[in-house]
Design a protein around this ligand. Structure first.
Ligand code: PAF
Length: 290
């Protein structure tokens, strides 16, 4: 595996892949890699060659009171793991390389970026869209792989790719969970043992929603009540939102139709966690993916 720190060299390698008509896959990450990221790498390896993983803790997507400074950084362990998975190129630019003095551009996907995560974290999705567009320009991936845990992020990136006619296809991969259901996240390392026990209420709330739907429940108020009751039963949780939204518009739905997401964001201790379940419905058949 080659480790690349400069944009110029990364562009040269990407150009080489293009000229040789190879299908380059990109897995963008902020490091602190876990099984969720590794599943994206495996998906990329199945479909693409070469596979590039980027590690860049993007300052532009952190608010002033967020955890940029303490965000977990495990570069050497990440590099070893990626080499073991057969990644071809690790692209790890510095902040100065990505945002040199005078950098003055921001990409904003309107509407979708203002809701849910965007409302709680103003400017977050502009930071994400800006860095992802830069990564796409530098790496020129045929396919880029994102996790469904950040469903709103993936939807925004897909919108950007459509609006700007990018040559990159967005591949959305399943959520990877701990055996008790907690969605894997780099931020899980912040959880104290008590917080870790409490955090499982989030996926349990989604599982309760899934159970109700499997039992035939379609009434939205009842589904939301089931989800929220589970969350409220855990005193260590502070819920930011628990909603069912249309998978395209991310607006709350009145009835379950087409594809929807049950979205949850909650704080446990000082750690903010997000999770979701994907609800796929076609006529009377409804399938819920945790
Ligand atoms: O999901 C993430 O890890 C980040 O938001 C991303 C897509 C790598 C952009 O910094």
């Amino acid at each position: 595996m080659e480790t690349v720190h400069t944009i110029q060299w990364m562009k040269a390698l990407a150009q080489d892949a293009l000229v040789n008509e190879r299908s380059l896959g990109l897995v963008p990450t902020m490091g602190a890699l876990h099984e969720g990221h590794f599943s994206l790498v495996r998906a990329a390896k199945r479909k693409c060659s070469p596979v590039v993983v980027s590690i860049f803790v993007n300052p532009k997507q952190f608010g002033p009171s967020e955890d940029l400074k303490k965000y977990p950084r495990t570069f050497e362990a990440d590099r070893e793991a990626l080499a073991g998975l057969g990644v071809d190129i690790l692209f790890a630019p510095t902040s100065e390389e990505m945002y040199p003095a005078g950098f003055n551009t921001s990409v904003s996907v309107k509407g979708l970026s203002d809701r849910w995560e965007g409302r709680v974290r103003p400017g977050h999705f502009d930071g994400v869209a800006t860095v992802v567009l830069k990564l796409f320009e530098i790496v020129q991936p045929r396919i880029a792989f994102f996790g469904r845990k950040d469903a709103q992020q993936a939807r925004i990136i897909r919108q950007m790719a459509t609006d700007l006619n990018l040559n990159t296809e967005i591949d959305l991969c399943p959520i990877v969970r701990e055996p008790d259901g907690l969605a894997l996240s780099s931020r899980n390392v912040y959880l104290s043992p008590d917080d870790r026990r409490a955090a499982v209420a989030i996926s349990q709330a989604l599982a309760a929603c899934q159970g109700s739907i499997s039992g035939g429940e379609r009434d939205l108020a009842n589904l939301l009540a089931t989800m929220r009751a589970k969350l409220e039963s855990e005193p260590r949780l502070t819920v930011d939102y628990a909603e069912i939204v249309d998978a395209d518009s991310f607006e709350p739905v009145r009835v379950i139709r087409g594809n929807c997401y049950a979205l949850i964001a909650a704080k446990v201790g000082g750690t903010r966690l997000i999770d979701n379940a994907c609800i796929e419905s076609e006529s009377d058949a409804v399938r819920v993916l945790l």
